[in-house]
Design a protein around this ligand. Structure first.
Ligand code: SF4
Ligand code: SF4
Length: 133
């Protein structure tokens, strides 16, 4: 994929920040420390994962994101589990469908999103994400 890092970040920011519960009415990030947002704190890894894949199968992008990003995230336990993800509090995981849509925009591809499970095995679906960023 030939999108630059900056282009990818702009696409993801415009799709996710615009609906994020932390966003203020003024359109700014409402976090005390905006750099603590998990999605963008790990965005270099997210972008690297997206850029490493060239496929029409969205699962390859999702697998790459999870293995590139979760593997370096301090929240992941040694056995690969993640309490934050289990509690639907990871912004990257909670907004994964929006990330997928951003990938579609960046790549010009349309993926079959009906087969995407954004919840980890064994977790329980909840009405909406409660994001801890
Ligand atoms: S918390 Fe993250 S996703 Fe939400 S508005 Fe701030 S930077 Fe964007
Ligand atoms: S799912 Fe867990 S390990 Fe993966 S990025 Fe989110 S908080 Fe980190």
């Amino acid at each position: 994929m030939d999108r630059s890092f900056d282009e990818l970040e702009a696409i993801v920011r415009s799709r996710i920040c615009s609906v994020c519960t932390e966003r203020t009415t003024g359109g700014e990030c409402g976090l005390e420390d905006a750099s603590s947002c998990a999605l963008f704190r790990l965005f270099p890894q997210v972008a690297q994962a997206i850029q490493s894949v060239d496929s029409n199968d969205i699962h390859q992008y999702i697998d790459a994101i999870r293995s590139n990003v979760c593997s370096v995230c301090q929240e992941q336990a040694r056995d690969g589990s993640c309490e934050v993800r289990q509690q639907v509090q990871c912004a990257l995981d909670a907004y994964l469908l929006l990330v997928v849509e951003a990938i579609e925009e960046a790549t010009g591809r349309i993926f079959d999103k009906t087969t995407i499970c954004t919840l980890p095995a064994g977790s329980v679906a909840r009405p909406g994400p409660q994001i801890r960023l």
